[in-house]
Design a protein around this ligand. Structure first.
Ligand SMILES: Cc1cc2nc3c(=O)[nH]c(=O)nc-3n(C[C@H](O)[C@H](O)[C@H](O)COP(=O)(O)OP(=O)(O)OC[C@H]3O[C@@H](n4cnc5c(N)ncnc54)[C@H](O)[C@@H]3O)c2cc1C
Length: 289
């Protein structure tokens, strides 16, 4: 049963930040409620104040920031992203990822920001955003700061967010030409969380060599991680099948997966050996113009 709480429904971001500041010690923000309500029903979370941000239209947007990239407001749902025509080129990996996240019902209510703040290491969006080099705008009543998606998740269900702070915007910096991205989630039950997931974003130079690459892994550690040793195998090289295989082995070794109800640690490592070459290979073919 859900413990009683006081419900607050701010109408502006400014009002919300004042309320967060006032109730610093005992509040929870609610967006789509797709993760939070489960925790509240299980009695794992019992805030005194529930601050509902759904009445703040200024947080609901996807917009282009000219040549600088894209900006996604904190109330943008998974379904908004899945259906949006804003995502072109390598950014199309984001709606593609959303299409396999949960059910339509959950995608209709759940927000991208809520998913990241929930910080489940098996969540789909974080590895994709890390591969795309996303940045997050965090705000409290006194200031704003920008952090990278890569630094944001710090442990199981833990983020850099401080008391009184909320995520207001996800920023996707523009990507250079000849960039491709791909994402694959391995799961047993369709639309379930990932057993393991891999995202990659690669930029090729004029000769087709790998100029830069980011590979991110989900459900492979206590938080989504970059596979930096795997990236190093490929960066600056004309990528061959043998190198992709070597990158897969490197990712499998640098990951820190656990054994749980879904899979053993060994199985997850084997999956990485197979999926990293496959996902990077697909990103490469998308980068070739
Ligand atoms: C049946 C089911 C299947 C699912 N399958 C998948 C799946 O396949 N892949 C996957 O990745 N996820 C999956 N999920 C999780 C789902 O995607 C997330 O629950 C959802 O995206 C969270 O967004 P929300 O808006 O509902 O967040 P809420 O539940 O409202 O909030 C989640 C957490 O984030 C905090 N929060 C929310 N917004 C902000 C903000 N702007 N700033 C600071 N803190 C904030 C809340 O306080 C809370 O701690 C599934 C969920 C369900 C119920």
């Amino acid at each position: 049963m859900i413990k009683d709480f006081k419900y607050l429904s701010p109408r502006t971001l400014k009002e919300a930040l004042v309320q967060l500041d006032k109730h610093q010690d005992d509040y929870k923000i609610i967006a789509g409620g797709q993760s939070l309500l489960i925790l509240m029903r299980q009695g794992l979370v019992a805030p005194e104040y529930l601050i509902d941000i759904n009445g703040i239209p200024e947080l609901n947007y996807i917009k282009s920031d000219g040549k600088k990239g894209l900006k996604i407001g904190a109330l943008t749902t998974h379904r908004d992203i899945e259906k949006s025509a804003f995502f072109k080129g390598a950014f199309q990996v984001l709606p593609q990822m959303e299409n396999r996240l949960a059910s339509i019902q959950t995608r209709n209510r759940g927000t991208l920001a809520g998913n990241i703040c929930h910080a489940d290491p098996a969540g789909d969006p974080a590895p994709v955003l890390m591969a795309l080099g996303a940045r997050l705008k965090l705000a409290n009543s006194k200031r704003e700061r920008i952090v990278s998606m890569e630094d944001f998740s710090v442990d199981y269900f833990e983020t850099l967010l401080e008391p009184g702070e909320m995520l207001t915007e996800i920023q996707l910096p523009a990507l250079p030409q000849n960039t491709g991205a791909s994402y694959y989630k391995f799961n047993i039950i369709e639309s379930d969380m990932a057993t393991i997931s891999v995202a990659a974003c690669i930029n090729l130079d004029d000769s087709g060599s790998c100029k830069d690459i980011r590979i991110a892994l989900g459900a492979a550690a206590a938080r989504p991680i970059r596979a930096k040793k795997a990236e190093a195998v490929l960066r600056g090289k004309k990528v061959t099948e043998a190198m992709l295989k070597k990158a897969g082995t490197a990712a499998s070794e640098e990951a820190e997966p656990v054994t749980d109800i879904n899979a053993s640690e060994e199985y997850r490592r084997e999956l990485l050996k197979v999926l990293v070459p496959r996902v990077v290979g697909e990103a490469m073919s998308r980068a070739q113009v």
